[in-house]
Design a protein around this ligand. Structure first.
Ligand SMILES: [Zn+2]
Length: 314
């Protein structure tokens, strides 16, 4: 994830604080700090903070994500490549295997469904085999016993489900904390389902934001640079009343020397001719300023910040 703006990082901090507040332990998963999952009761309480539309949208999103995860894992196991041109139905024709038809949720504290083994269930997975024309209603633990899918595959699928539950917790907690869309995301052309989620007043999960960060990398960089420049321009305005347009070498150095030094120390990270050209431009601008030649402060800032970003120093 990019960490260019000051607004993007508090998400993580806020998240961690929330977890401490609700007295959860932080677990270390894959080198990153991940919160332990919420209890069923906590999830239920947070769901009650949503309005009816938000609640049903989130439930639908989770169900759909789990069905996709199931399909994806099964296809991967069988070596079938999923692409955007093949419909879900066509893929199932090809797979001819256990399809996850439905996930029923009896609600917090209820166990209205029954597994094939007789165990009462809150969550019931309805799975259907097209070729063998078999349908089972199963709990998570019995998925392997009745379908005879391999234990590794079942483990893969259920791990995927748990990640989706963590994503749900992420959205619910952000909603409770009054999450707002970072301002640099405004105006981006987002996928329809993401836009619907936002229009309903639901936060985005970190994984959804990571996807947006990747797809809109350039636009977000520009938006963040622009924000940075606006901030600097504002600071200049409030500091000097008469000489808005004028900046001295001393001022530039007192504000940006540490950044310039950082670039200098990591010159080896300039991997493209474009980066090298930018750097020589920045240096030339400082020389010009020293000699009292005209100085374009905005251009200087833009190039310096772009370099810092491209060199992964910002
Ligand atoms: Zn069972």
């Amino acid at each position: 994830m990019l960490s260019f703006s000051c607004d993007a990082t508090p998400l993580l901090e806020r998240h961690v604080i929330i977890w401490y507040n609700s007295s959860h332990n932080l677990a270390l998963i894959g080198g990153t700090r991940m919160p332990a999952p919420l209890t069923e009761r906590e999830v239920d309480q947070l769901f009650q903070l949503l309005n009816a539309e938000q609640g049903s949208y989130l439930q639908g999103y989770l169900k759909q994500s789990k069905k996709s995860k199931w399909l994806e894992k099964l296809a991967w196991k069988k070596g079938i490549v999923l692409d955007a041109h093949t419909s879900i139905d066509e893929i199932w024709e090809q797979l001819n295997d256990w399809e996850l038809k439905e996930i029923l949720d009896g609600g917090y504290g209820n166990r209205p469904y029954k597994c094939e083994c007789g165990m009462p269930l809150r969550f019931c997975y309805i799975v259907h085999h097209r070729k063998e024309k078999k349908t089972y209603r199963l709990g998570e633990t019995c998925l392997g016993n009745y379908t005879l899918m391999s234990p590794e595959l079942i483990k893969d699928i259920t791990n995927g489900f748990h990640k989706i539950d963590l994503e749900r917790d992420d959205i619910l907690l952000k909603h409770q904390q009054g999450w707002e869309l970072p301002s640099e995301y405004l105006g981006l052309l987002l996928p329809g389902d993401i836009q619907t989620q936002l229009d309903l007043g639901l936060p985005l999960s970190s994984s959804q934001m990571n996807k947006i960060e990747k797809t809109h990398q350039q636009e977000l960089l520009q938006n963040r640079l622009k924000k940075q420049l606006d901030k600097v321009a504002q600071q200049r305005k409030s500091r000097s009343t008469s000489s808005d347009e004028f900046i001295t070498l001393e001022e530039v150095l007192s504000r940006h020397l540490p950044m310039l030094k950082q670039i200098l120390e990591h010159e080896d990270r300039m991997t493209s001719a474009e980066m090298l050209a930018k750097w020589s431009n920045v240096k030339q601008m400082i020389k010009d300023l020293k000699r009292g030649k005209p100085f374009d402060y905005s251009k200087f800032l833009l190039q310096m910040f772009e370099l810092l970003y491209e060199m992964k120093l910002y």
